[in-house]
Design a protein around this ligand. Structure first.
Ligand code: HEC
Ligand code: HEC
Ligand code: HEC
Ligand code: HEC
Ligand code: HEC
Ligand code: HEC
Ligand code: HEC
Ligand code: HEC
Length: 466
């Protein structure tokens, strides 16, 4: 089947492969567009890596499910590899192929080596390669963690097989401390801590570890005197490794360790972990392996430490690579505001807003084109009303009354009270802001009076879809 307007194939396997590779299709990268009828799919970014074929081809459930491994064809493979001309052999190392008869001879399901021409091998994502040593960090305990003390963290470094390893050459590891877990964001760790509001990050070197990965590090910053409750320390680490050295497939792979967060009492009271609102496995229903900040960060309870109510992109904004962004107010990055707004994405311009964060190296990250894949009953994407795709059951209905206000310099209200920040992350237009503002008094927000569970306009009833 060919779409009458654009001449594009609407064969299901071609269409699905192409839509989901959208913006990274070789033809789109080269400046083209992928459109069917009036729909432009060139901006679609698949939230997982398309090389994880199993996100769609479940080898266990669907009938004929292994066809993706056994039935290579110019149509199915060429949908993603759309700069390959199989007939002429252009961009095909296997030479010209008049038809599909020979494909499976060379593209077997699985070969001897990763990164070979087999279908599994060709699509191994470098960070998942079994040739990597691995880097597993385990924070074992925190001592000297009372208010006024400089905590010592004991931890281990291991490979994927559970053996202790030396601190990787050229690798990085850092520890971030924040608290109290009842409400992150407003604690100062000293007058020298100016770039990380509400938390402090210290970088750990090889000197902290012995040759077998037994490590101990003492913070140079103390838990502030007079602190109460529970504090948190999170870890991120990254290394770089050369695999298949000396072969034509030699490559350098940079990969991060799984983050871990540990909680400790600073006043002898029972340890109270931070409230859990979302969890990584929920995000990974779409993202499969959530990974941000150059593979360093991948666990939501770790994101929360830095993406706290008082943080913004203020350290990077002055170096924005787009001049107009430098003079814009800073962007609020509290976790609820940020994640709600990123996924509202392409619906933001209709509300007169965009959501742009200036990231590492001045990079301009404009999320106003994100197409949230969930559909409403009419089949339109962008339906964020199924809150529990991200949220743990019921957490979206527990309104965070009285929690720290959220800094939102580009918003119509700054700072936003906590509930307003969560709701207006998605309801980003002026009428919604105005409605929230009139329902906020010097005593706090009155939202619960109408939007609490059980009421006519409860969060669950107003978002009910069917
Ligand atoms: C976004 C979902 C998605 C992803 C990711 C995906 N596919 Fe597919 N693929 C499909 C759909 C849908 C079809 C059509 C199935 C049908 O017609 O029954 C298909 C069909 C195919 C076919 C044809 C199978 C047949 O029976 O003839 C092959 C081969 C294939 N895919 C290979 C791959 C490979 C290899 C990858 C990973 C590099 C991959 N696909 C990733 C959705 C996907
Ligand atoms: C869903 C999209 C998708 C489908 C379908 C797909 N591939 Fe790929 N393939 C990729 C991506 C992404 C890469 C990584 C390199 C890149 O970005 O082009 C890749 C890499 C490869 C490579 C390694 C060479 C290179 O360009 O790096 C080979 C070989 C390959 N694919 C063969 C196939 C064959 C054979 C099929 C059909 C069975 C197929 N692919 C189907 C997305 C796909
Ligand atoms: C004679 C062996 C041979 C045959 C037959 C063959 N290929 Fe290939 N193909 C290769 C080799 C070798 C590569 C390069 C592998 C690499 O880069 O790792 C390749 C690469 C590819 C790629 C990745 C192209 C890219 O983006 O770099 C795709 C897709 C592909 N083949 C699909 C097919 C399809 C579809 C057929 C049948 C129409 C086919 N091949 C037949 C050997 C073959
Ligand atoms: C229903 C699917 C879905 C769910 C569930 C989901 N996301 Fe996303 N997310 C997307 C899509 C689609 C994009 C846009 C594609 C992209 O940029 O990777 C995206 C983009 C993002 C981005 C920007 C990515 C970048 O590369 O800068 C972040 C950060 C993000 N999501 C975090 C999360 C977190 C955290 C959760 C869980 C609390 C979550 N997502 C849950 C679909 C989803
Ligand atoms: C150690 C602190 C820290 C942690 C942990 C952290 N971030 Fe960030 N993140 C920041 C800061 C600060 C910014 C603002 C821009 C800047 O300063 O780089 C930012 C910016 C971002 C951006 C926009 C810029 C970009 O590069 O795309 C996204 C998306 C993002 N973070 C997502 C996440 C997610 C998701 C997690 C958890 C998996 C996370 N961050 C964990 C500190 C952190
Ligand atoms: C794409 C993922 C995603 C979706 C979908 C989503 N949320 Fe959230 N939500 C988050 C994240 C991330 C947070 C911050 C979690 C944290 O601070 O630990 C959050 C926080 C909240 C909070 C504040 C909770 C607290 O205790 O601080 C409320 C209220 C909320 N969301 C309401 C909703 C509602 C209502 C919906 C559906 C209409 C929804 N969310 C859909 C990701 C999502
Ligand atoms: C993750 C995104 C998201 C969050 C967070 C969210 N909403 Fe919504 N909400 C929606 C979407 C999408 C709709 C459907 C109508 C629309 O597109 O505006 C909706 C609809 C509504 C409606 C029905 C009226 C209307 O505009 O159609 C009300 C009332 C509402 N939300 C209140 C809230 C309140 C109160 C909060 C905070 C506790 C909240 N929402 C948080 C996405 C969200
Ligand atoms: C006196 C009752 C009442 C109070 C108090 C109240 N709301 Fe509402 N809110 C409503 C009603 C009624 C609607 C419209 C419902 C509908 O259209 O289904 C609404 C709609 C909304 C919407 C959707 C608006 C839109 O334009 O899509 C948001 C978001 C919202 N409220 C947030 C809040 C927040 C945040 C607070 C507290 C600061 C709050 N509300 C306080 C009654 C109230």
């Amino acid at each position: 089947m060919i779409d009458s307007g654009t001449g594009q194939s609407v064969d299901f396997k071609v269409f699905i492969h192409k839509i989901h590779r959208g913006s990274s299709l070789p033809s789109v990268v080269a400046g083209g567009k992928y459109t069917i009828g009036s729909s432009d799919w060139s901006t679609v970014v698949y939230p997982a890596d398309v090389r994880r074929c199993e996100t769609c081809h479940d080898p266990k459930t669907a009938t004929q499910a292994d066809h993706y491994n056994t039935n290579p064809s110019a149509e199915a493979c060429g949908a993603c590899h759309d700069n390959v001309n199989f007939a002429s052999g252009v961009n095909h190392a296997g030479g010209p192929q008049p038809d599909n008869a020979q494909c499976a001879m060379c593209h077997v399901p699985k070969g001897e080596l990763e990164f070979d021409a087999s279908i599994k091998g060709a699509h191994v994502i470098p960070v998942d390669s079994s040739y990597l040593t691995g880097l597993v960090v385990n924070l074992a305990k925190v001592t000297n963690g009372n208010a006024g003390q400089k905590p010592t963290v004991t931890f281990t470094l291991k490979d994927n097989n559970g053996n202790g390893i030396a601190f990787p050459t050229g690798g990085t590891l850092s520890l971030t401390m924040a608290g109290p877990t009842s409400d992150y964001g407003h604690t100062s760790f000293g007058s020298d801590v100016t770039t990380t509001p509400g938390y402090v990050t210290e970088s750990v070197t090889a000197a902290a570890c012995d040759g077998s990965g037994n490590c101990s590090y003492t913070f140079t910053h103390a838990v502030p005197a007079g602190s109460t409750g529970t504090y948190a320390i999170g870890v991120e680490a990254r290394r770089s490794e050369v695999i298949l050295a000396g072969t034509t497939k030699q490559q350098t792979v940079q990969y991060g360790a799984k983050n871990q967060v540990v909680y400790f009492s600073v006043d002898g009271s029972p340890v109270q972990a931070r409230r859990v609102v979302v969890q990584t496995s929920n995000c990974n229903r779409c993202h499969v392996e959530l990974s941000l900040h150059g593979t360093l960060r991948n666990q939501t309870q770790y994101c929360e430490i830095c993406h706290n109510p008082s943080n913004t992109d203020f350290t990077q904004r002055p170096s924005a690579t787009v001049a107009a962004q430098k003079t814009m107010p800073n962007q609020g990055i509290a976790f609820d505001l940020m994640v709600h707004r990123i996924h509202t994405g392409e619906n933001l311009p209709g509300m007169g807003r965009d959501y742009t964060i200036i990231g590492y190296g001045g990079s301009v990250n404009d999320f106003s084109d994100v197409r949230y894949p969930a559909m409403n009953a009419a089949g339109t994407t962008g339906d964020t009303r199924n809150c529990e795709m991200c949220h743990n059951a019921g957490t979206e209905t527990k309104l965070p009354f009285g929690k720290n206000a959220v800094v939102d310099p580009q918003g119509p209200i700054n700072p936003d009270q906590a509930i307003t920040a969560a709701c207006t992350g998605c309801h980003a237009d002026l009428p919604a802001a105005s409605h929230a503002l009139v329902n906020t008094s010097t005593l706090g927000e009155s939202c619960q009076a109408c939007h609490n569970a059980g009421f006519d306009y409860s969060v669950s009833s107003v978002h009910a879809q069917y």
